[in-house]
Design a protein around this ligand. Structure first.
Ligand code: NAP
Length: 252
């Protein structure tokens, strides 16, 4: 029987791990889809494509044209639009969908988190007094910080943000995780950071800054996740492989 064609919506460590796990697995015919935001992504070990599909209709057309049998939504917890597009397109094209939804970070004793609903609220939560702010939210939602030019910012992202999106007093650090706690602690101390602004992305790769903040007694302003559309979901790439195997066994 023909190997099932599998579309993995990526841009996360889970998608990369799933690609690695399926690379030598000749039961499936996988293709990893990347949005194309990162300038120099690591070359995937499986077939891949880059760029948007053109909304849910475009994705549904793609699923039909490419005869995709299964879709795995392994997009980032804050990739809100793509998650909705994936669920809508899977329904339109009648393709089973599995989502990989990594758990949220949970506060631990000693954490000083202020949880806010969005980036605008994160900026308001900084307050009026001048602070040294470490911002790790990616590069596309920085504009709201321009409304709080009294602060001094250190912004860390994988690629450099557009200069016109930045508040006036900003230092940019480009770096790609995973990060470790000792290095994060050194960085926060060296940069004399007063507060961190980040998103509740979950996962291990970028958690170290929160552990470092806890150790240093630093406050964190944490943007909560957007709501996700209902979908059958697992938490890890390993569980996704088990789900795929079960699907294959049912198909016979
Ligand atoms: P988004 O707002 O949900 O998606 C915006 C548009 O980008 C989508 O409508 C889609 O265009 C295209 N797109 C998104 N993911 C795609 C994929 N895997 N393959 C092909 N097209 C994709 O997403 P975003 O927040 O801009 O994130 C873009 C990518 O970066 C995602 O793949 C995500 O997993 C990754 N990422 C995001 C964050 C974050 O904080 N948002 C962090 C780390 C990684 P069309 O409508 O034209 O199909």
């Amino acid at each position: 029987m023909k190997r099932p064609r599998l579309l993995i919506l990526g841009g996360t460590s889970e998608a990369s791990e799933l690609a690695r796990r399926l690379a030598d697995d000749n039961r499936f015919d996988p293709c990893l889809s990347l949005a194309g935001r990162t300038k120099a992504p690591a070359t995937p070990p499986i077939a891949f494509r880059v760029g948007g599909f053109g909304g849910p209709e475009g994705l549904a057309d793609y699923l039909r044209a490419e005869a995709i049998d299964l879709i795995v939504d392994a997009t980032h917890p804050f990739a809100e639009r793509m998650k909705h597009n994936a669920v809508a397109a899977a329904a339109q094209a009648d393709v089973p969908l599995l989502a990989i939804r990594r758990p949220e970070w949970q506060p631990q004793p000693g954490d000083q988190w202020t949880v806010v609903p969005d980036m605008q609220a994160a900026v308001s939560a900084l307050g009026e007094n001048t602070l040294r702010v470490f911002v790790t939210i990616g590069q596309k939602e920085l504009a709201p910080f321009r409304a709080a030019p009294q602060h001094s910012y250190v912004i860390r992202s994988v690629d450099p943000p557009a200069p016109d999106s930045l508040p006036p007093d900003t230092q940019v650090i480009t770096a790609r995780g995973p990060f470790d706690e000792a290095a994060e602690r050194d960085l926060l101390e060296r940069l004399a950071i007063d507060v961190i602004v980040t998103k509740n992305s979950g996962g291990d790769a970028t958690h170290a800054k929160l552990a470092a903040a806890r150790g240093l007694g630093l406050p964190v302003i944490l943007v909560a996740r957007p709501a996700h559309p209902a979908a059958e979901a697992v938490e890890t790439a390993r569980e996704a492989v088990a789900w795929l195997e079960a699907w294959l066994a049912r198909r016979g």
